[in-house]
Design a binder for this molecule. Structure first.
Ligand SMILES: Nc1ncnc2c1ncn2[C@@H]1O[C@H](COP(=O)(O)OP(=O)(O)O)[C@@H](O)[C@H]1O
Ligand SMILES: [Mg+2]
Length: 376
């Protein structure tokens, strides 16, 4: 079977690592021939995943196609789907999710709890919503990794808003931020992974590390699972989806956003769950039975992010020390160049003891650094 991936980043790379276990020939389309996935696939095609012809020509001789990023040419995927190529997630689902306005409207139409919102077309539209503040302004398309998301606390901050189609959402008083991964096969059967909880650094408000399974009240877990399943069944698309949710200070659960693909919040499933998110997606693409999403053991993820002040050839300071730690698994994404904030890799820790997980996560955060030898 021939399976293609649009995009060649680390998510594609880890999907290919899982694909190596199966009887499948893999194809990657990506502009950068030095990308993390380029050397792990059988066939690499250099091309623009947002270009109709590039995507169509790449996909037309394949059996199944998937994505590792939403910014793809959906029209080409629709055409391929019409011609009989399996496209999971479906082009219709990608179209809804890749635009935050359509995504919010989908939640409203399907009665899925999400924070109240207005649609704005330009910055000046914000003037009509001063009484709605504090709110979060989100670019409909083109945002990534927190760029394209702006908190607007009061009138004096309106200038920070986006001058392009966007969503203005009520700012939620977040108690916990969690993510749930749901997978659906072509028969409509679904599985759901245990929730993951984002632990934020209270000082810098950056994602510090992630714990899974998240410790939730039973009722909150049920609500979160019901919402996450409803998103995926509502999209009516086979594939694997990550649903980001908020639990607010009243204990209510709201969907934040969804991703129609393998996700950062599921890296730990490689070591910590019976079937990883990558294995699960391949099973779906290949029409195999769904795997078991249950956790073998609790786990934490620490992201390895390019350190501030360093740009250039990457050097991993503290790597040996972390390699000596028990039940700790290092994943470097094969990026030769580091720059501040770039995702260079991650570390998964498994342990039956949650205190051990956070202790090790903190230790790793302070030990392992992606820097460059020469400060350019
Ligand atoms: N309505 C909201 N209320 C409070 N915080 C929010 C809201 N929406 C987003 N955030 C915060 O901003 C972060 C990034 O927003 P998100 O929509 O997930 O964008 P991204 O595409 O960058 O992941 C969230 O993880 C959350 O911490
Ligand atoms: Mg998000």
């Amino acid at each position: 079977m021939k399976v293609g991936i649009l995009g060649g980043g680390q998510l594609g790379r880890m999907l290919l690592q899982a694909a190596a276990n199966y009887d499948v020939t893999t194809y990657v389309l990506e502009n950068d021939p030095t990308c993390p996935a380029a050397h792990l696939c059988h066939h690499f095609t250099k091309g623009d995943i947002t270009n109709f012809d590039a995507v169509y020509n790449f996909g037309k001789n394949l059996d199944a196609l998937t994505i590792e990023i939403e910014a793809v040419n959906v029209d080409a995927l629709s055409q391929l789907e019409k011609e009989g190529v399996k496209v999971y997630p479906t082009p219709a689902a990608i179209r809804i999710i890749k635009n935050k306005i359509l995504q919010k409207q989908f939640y409203t139409q399907n009665e899925i709890p999400t924070s109240e919102y207005f649609i704005t077309q330009s910055k000046s539209d914000l003037l009509q919503h001063i009484s709605f503040l504090p709110a979060v302004h989100k670019l409909a398309e083109g945002g990534y990794d927190g760029k394209g998301v702006q908190v607007i606390h009061n009138e004096s901050e309106l200038e920070l808003g986006f001058n392009a189609p966007s969503v203005l959402e009520k700012k939620i008083k977040i108690h916990k931020e969690i993510a749930l991964i749901v997978a659906m096969d072509a028969k409509g059967e679904t599985i759901i992974y245990p929730p993951a909880e984002m632990i934020f650094d209270p000082v810098y408000n950056l994602l510090d590390y992630q714990l899974s399974p998240a410790k939730l009240e039973e009722k909150q877990l049920w609500k979160a699972e019901a919402i996450a399943r409803k998103v995926v069944t509502g999209l009516k698309s086979p594939g694997l989806f990550a649903i980001e949710l908020f639990i607010d200070d009243q204990g209510d659960v709201w969907v934040n956003e969804a991703a129609p693909r393998v996700h950062n919040s599921g890296h730990h499933t490689i070591e910590a769950n019976y079937s990883s998110q990558y294995d699960m997606l391949l099973r779906i693409l290949m029409d195999y039975p769904l795997g078991n999403p249950a956790a073998i053991m609790p786990s934490a993820i620490v992201n390895i992010i390019g350190a501030e002040g360093y740009t250039g050839n990457v050097f991993y300071e503290g790597l040996e020390e972390v390699l000596k730690m028990d039940n700790v698994f290092i994943h470097l994404y094969g990026k030769t160049q580091t720059k501040p904030g770039r995702k260079m890799g991650h570390v998964t820790i498994i342990s039956s003891d949650y205190q051990d997980l956070s202790h090790k996560a903190n230790k790793i955060k302070h030990t392992l650094k992606a820097i460059s030898k020469r400060n350019v």
